[in-house]
Design a protein around this ligand. Sequence first.
Ligand code: AMP
Ligand code: TRP
Length: 333
Amino acid sequence: MEPKKRIFSGIQPTGTLTLGNYIGALRNFKLLEDEYDCVYSIVDMHALTVRQNPTALRKACLTVMSLYLAVGLDPDKSLIYFQSHVPQHAELSWVLSCYTYMGELNRMTQFKDKSARNADNINAGLYTYPVLMAADILLYKADLVPIGADQKQHLELSRDVAERFNKVYGDVFVVPDAYIPKVGGRVMSLQEPTRKMSKSDPEDTYIAMLDEPSAIRKKLRRAVTDSENAIRFAPENKPGVSNLMSILSTLRGITLDEVASLYDGKGYGVFKDAVADAVIETLAPIQERFRRFNSDKAYLEEVMTHSARRAEAIAAKTMAKVRRKVGLAATRL
Ligand code: AMP
Ligand code: TRP
């Protein structure tokens, strides 16, 4: 039997996760779990690129881990661990930074956006963030990386760095492919539907995975639409309605055409309530499992240590090869 192909992905433990994180990434982590050998990280070192309150960060790490488990990821099948527990991420990141051009990093739109938003803290980590992400992926020789559309540029950089390295040293890394959902790869803000839904924007623009049903319904009822009163997928002209259609389509497993034929002519109120029902029905069981996992610190610790050990075994192998290839002396330490 062919060995399974490998997946790597990660989410930053900052604040709470949104419906965008769920539809763009987490949901697919679960859907792909049986078909692939999966490594899912809580990328805590990436979170340090913006100032964090240490206590809040530690808590957010456990929250994200509990959400991984709550969406149904099975720690007997998938590795679920903190990036900072496997030191090879930082180690490979340094090596890869010597194979990444400043010109490439200068082009990263996320860096440009984040430095505009954090003008008082444009640190080197924010700049080399995509190199650490490349190290995450390449360490595990991942074939596939489930991500939202906003991470596509970073993934392409990972591919370029892998190819560049392989050209010099032979086939060390696997060149990874992105897995971006066709519908829902970019869930938009409820208030400004031409912007990505983001947890760094005001509360009423996003749905948090842990929002109460009443808050979810309220936010969706207030979501910006248009005055045409037609349910038709047209992201350019009708970004608000199209965004809600995408959400409903993914969560209910129906096509955009089916959404249109089910709801067109019924009015936006009915449509928004249908979206709210779908979101609430999806998130309620996740929230319930979340509460159970999040209050069981011993279990979380067991999963994270067990997974980190197994992750480190894979990472150490890749790192030993990288050391040998680039000419760093072998170590028995
Ligand atoms: P982050 O919260 O930035 O660490 O993102 C974690 C994952 O969620 C990445 O794969 C992102 O691409 C994805 N993601 C974040 N926001 C959205 C969104 N609004 N729509 C779709 N995917 C998203
Ligand atoms: N940069 C990603 C984000 O903000 C998170 C991330 C870090 C990641 N390392 C990764 C995603 C490796 C996929 C693979 O969304």
